[in-house]
Design a protein around this ligand. Structure first.
Ligand code: NI
Length: 221
């Protein structure tokens, strides 16, 4: 082998190793912050109890439609493989249907979710899948009955919910700092709606238990 050829073959062998080493320094590591934004959808998998009027169950249940908003997620890397994740979004707006009757009410909610995330891949990988588990807090507001129900129904209020949240996601590193992201959460959100109809007190328990989906783009700081 000529000197030139041996130098060339040596550099061909070394170049990928140098490249891998330089990429490794660009990967997720303790102290990194990844912020992602995109479209986020809340898709309730609701199950409703019977509507009760003055404690008396009626043959009526409620349903909740899905909604898309602007989502914001963040990960703070505690170690090279463990991150603290937060899901936030602009307020979701849902219509509550009185099943078989019509659109009963509109509500808004915010479901901030905090998870501990595990990133199993080596830090040099451009694919960074993760799973997470944690807690969801959901607060409801702007509850209002729709026409024609609002003539007789009033004082709608939904109780805040604390529950378990599970998460799976994937970051794909396009460049050193820019990632594409897809993520899904399951959140255990159970609430009780109370209201007045005439002089009677109404109540219905609903397990909303949604899947939450997000597609977005992120930046690693
Ligand atoms: Ni539930």
């Amino acid at each position: 082998m000529s000197t030139f050829a041996s130098k060339l073959s040596a550099s061909l062998l070394i170049a990928p190793a140098l490249l891998a080493a330089s990429m490794a320094t660009h990967a997720y590591q303790a102290g990194d912050v990844i912020v992602r934004t995109g479209a986020v959808a809340v898709d309730p998998q609701e199950s409703s109890g019977n509507v009760k009027i003055d404690g008396e169950p009626r043959p009526l249940k409620v349903g909740v439609d899905s909604n898309v908003q602007l989502g914001l997620t963040g990960t703070y890397m505690l170690t090279d493989n463990l991150g603290l994740g937060l899901l936030a979004a602009t307020p979701f707006k849902h219509t509550i249907n009185l099943n078989g009757v019509g659109e009963l009410a509109d509500i808004k909610h915010l479901p901030p979710t905090l998870t501990l995330q595990y990133f199993p891949m080596a830090s040099s990988s451009v694919w960074q899948p993760y799973v997470g588990a944690g807690i969801n807090y959901t607060t409801f507001f702007s509850e209002s009955f729709k026409t024609p129900f609002k003539e007789d129904f009033r004082s709608l209020s939904l109780k805040d919910s604390w529950g378990l949240a599970l998460e799976a996601g994937l970051d794909y590193r396009l460049t050193e700092n820019i990632v594409l992201n897809a993520a899904v959460w399951y959140a255990d959100i159970d609430t009780e709606a109370t209201f007045r109809v005439g002089d009677a007190r109404g109540k219905v328990s609903v397990d909303i238990d949604p899947f939450v989906y997000m597609l977005g783009v992120g930046y690693k700081f």
